[in-house]
Every structure is written in structure tokens, then in C-alpha cells.
Design a protein around this ligand. Structure first.
Ligand code: F6P
Length: 358
């Protein structure tokens, strides 16, 4: 009987997860492991256990598919993060149940594919004696311990596509068009998407904005003969005077969304110009992964299996200097990589006449 690896996908889904699962299944087979995929995130570990085999047959053809064939959730019994930096403790009873199911299924080590919250849970499982390997995932690309996560490039591609579409309708109607994009704490999606999509104003959580500065940027464009403007707003953006838009939910992470419409209404009121807001929402998380995310996902999946083979438990796969390496999960959790307000990306945006609203 071959030794068995478990794998689960947890937290918000993103393009590239299936490439990771396929990479795991094929690399594991080569090293003589069987793989059991647990369904619906960590919840699949609870009695009676929900799982499916991951092998050449079950992962065939899944690479171009968005989402995760295993299902996922960012709610449930294992949620270890609620607000930014806030850690919740997974109950010992829940962990004991998960251990029992893993033992019954002869699973010797568990690969956890997820974001900061899921890595916080992984750390608690590791400390409770379950051998874990983490694979980082977030479209927000805001984990300090890895230079890049798969899903980000696909999300940015959706933003750029949306901006290209908004561009033509904005010019036709001479309107101000806002696009609200994801990014709770970090503005990477807004910044990369906005630069590539030719936005004129980009509002990110790291730089508090001033309505008058946004309006100045729009007026300056008019003086130069451009009677329309494209504004990208990260969901976590916040005015210098006032609040962002966020609400707490029971037993899950904070929910963001809504700041785009607030900003649009304020700009319309102050300028009298026709202003519209589009919320891109989960379109950023769905659909086929880009080439880059397929490759990164595959590399991360293969690395996770190799780390199990090397018995590097408690490690998380990490991308550094164009190499796939690993770091202790303990060093990876709770460390967000935010956009440096005086960094090169922000300066590049400013140098191509993009206002950051400050
Ligand atoms: O962290 C990834 C993310 O996509 C955030 O940008 C966004 O706020 C959140 O997930 C949305 O999650 P949900 O699936 O709960 O709507």
C-alpha cells in the first residue's frame, strides 16, 4: 500500500487552484504517494469525512478550469481569522475529530492550499501533531512570505479587461467611470490593473484619499482635452476624512465592498458630472487561470509534494527571486505585504500621470 497524502483547498477560491491539485496528483504519483482530496475546505476533515481520490484520471483536464474541484469555504469550524490580524482558536474537539478522520483514512501528511487565515489554521493543526505543508493562495497577493501567489495575475487580467471595456463607453458618454476591485488591505490588484488598464486615478487602502484631489485630477484632464476619466477603487480604500466600507460577519472574515458607489456619488455631487460605478466583484475570482497562474500553480503543487517527501513539515511553499522555495508557516502568518506608498510601483503610476487621490 502506498503512503497517502491529503490535500484541501480553503478560503476564497481563485484561478490556478486546479493547476495546484493536478501538480500534486502527478508529482505524488511519481514519488509513489496516493492523494486524497478533502472536500469543502477543512470541513471535509470532519466526521464522517468528505473526500475523493486525486490522481491522473480525476485531475485530467482540470488545469484551465477556474475554482477548485475540491470545493472550498471561508466559513465553518476551522475559521482562524476574523479581522485583520485577529486570530481565533480552532476548538480542540474539532482538531481531534480531524485527526481521527485523517488516521482512519491513513493520511500521513496534509497539504493545505489557502490564504493567511488558512495558514493560521494550518499552524494550529501542525502544533496539534498533524503534519502539514502550506501552499499560499490569494488573489490579493498580500502575503509577505511569498513574492507572488497564483490567482493574482488572473484577477489583474479581469480588471484590465473591464477597464478596456469601460474605456470605450466612458469616452462615448464623456463620463467618469469607477471600477471597484478586490483588495481588502492591499491595493496590488488595483495598482497593477489600473496601470495596465490605463486608469487615471487609483485609490488603494495604503494611501488615504482626498475627494478634492480626485476632482483636481479629473479637471486637469479636462483642461488637457480629455472629457472622461477612469477611476479604479480597491474595496479597502478609505478617505482621509471618514471611513471605508466594511462590515463584520458572524464566524467569518470581515466583508468589504461598496466604497466605489460611495466615491462615485460624492464625485457626482461635487462635479455635477455623469458618474457611474461598476463593481467587478467575484468576476475577478472566476474563470480560466492565465498562463502565469497555471505555471505558478503547477510549480507550487509539485513543490508541496517534494516538501512532504523531504519531511519538511510545518513549511509553506514560497516564491522568492524567481525560485519556488519554502519558509516556516509560523513565519508566514499574520504578515501582510502592503503596497509601499513611496515604492517603485506607486511612483511609476504617478510618473504616467495617475493620481493616487492624495
Ligand atoms: O482575500 C481574497 C478576497 O478575494 C478579497 O479580496 C475579498 O474581500 C474577499 O476575498 C471576498 O471573499 P468572499 O468569497 O467572502 O466574498
Amino acid at each position: 500500500m502506498r503512503p497517502r497524502i491529503g490535500v484541501l483547498t480553503s478560503g476564497g477560491d481563485c484561478p490556478g487552484l486546479n493547476a495546484v491539485l493536478r501538480g500534486i496528483a502527478l508529482a505524488a504519483d511519481k514519488l509513489d504517494f496516493d492523494v486524497l482530496g478533502f472536500l469543502d475546505g477543512f470541513e471535509g476533515l470532519l466526521p464522517p469525512g468528505k473526500f475523493m481520490p486525486l490522481n491522473r484520471r480525476t485531475t485530467s483536464g482540470i488545469m484551465p478550469r477556474g475554482g477548485t474541484i475540491l470545493g472550498t469555504t471561508n466559513r465553518g469550524h476551522f475559521v482562524a481569522k476574523v479581522g485583520a490580524g485577529e486570530k481565533a482558536v480552532v476548538s480542540p474537539e474539532v482538531i481531534a475529530n480531524a485527526k481521527r478522520i485523517l488516521a482512519e483514512q491513513r493520511v500521513e501528511a496534509l497539504i493545505i492550499v489557502g490564504g493567511d487565515g488558512s495558514m493560521t489554521t494550518a499552524l494550529q493543526l501542525q502544533e496539534a501533531g498533524i503534519d502539514c505543508i502550506g501552499v499560499p493562495k490569494t488573489i490579493d497577493n498580500d502575503l509577505e512570505a511569498t513574492a507572488m501567489t497564483f490567482g493574482f495575475d488572473s484577477a489583474v487580467a479581469s480588471v484590465v479587461d473591464a477597464l478596456d471595456r469601460l474605456h470605450t463607453t466612458a469616452t462615448s458618454h464623456k463620463r467618469i467611470m469607477l471600477l471597484e476591485v478586490m483588495g481588502r488591505h492591499a491595493g496590488w490588484i488595483a495598482l497593477h490593473g489600473g496601470i495596465a488598464g490605463g486608469a487615471h486615478v487609483i485609490l488603494i487602502p495604503e494611501i488615504r484619499f482626498d475627494y478634492e484631489k480626485i476632482i483636481n485630477a479629473v479637471r486637469m484632464r479636462e483642461v488637457r482635452g480629455s472629457v472622461y476619466s477612469l477611476i479604479v477603487v480597491a474595496e479597502g480604500a478609505c478617505p482621509a476624512q471618514g471611513q471605508g466600507v466594511m462590515r463584520r460577519t458572524d464566524g467569518a472574515e470581515d466583508r468589504y465592498g461598496g466604497i466605489g458607489n460611495v466615491v462615485a456619488a460624492e464625485i457626482a455631487a461635487r462635479t455635477g458630472k455623469e458618474t457611474r460605478c461598476t463593481v467587478l466583484g467575484h468576476l475577478q475570482r472566476g474563470g480560466a487561470p492565465t498562463t502565469l497562474d497555471r505555471i505558478l500553480g503547477t510549480r507550487f503543487g509539485v513543490k508541496a509534494v517534494n516538501l512532504i517527501h523531504e519531511r519538511q513539515f510545518g513549511s509553506m511553499v514560497s516564491y522568492q527571486n524567481y525560485q519556488v522555495r519554502h519558509v516556516p508557516i509560523a513565519d508566514a502568518v499574520n504578515r501582510l505585504r502592503l503596497v509601499p506608498p513611496d515604492g517603485e510601483m506607486v511612483q511609476t503610476a504617478r510618473d504616467v500621470e495617475i493620481s493616487l487621490g492624495d
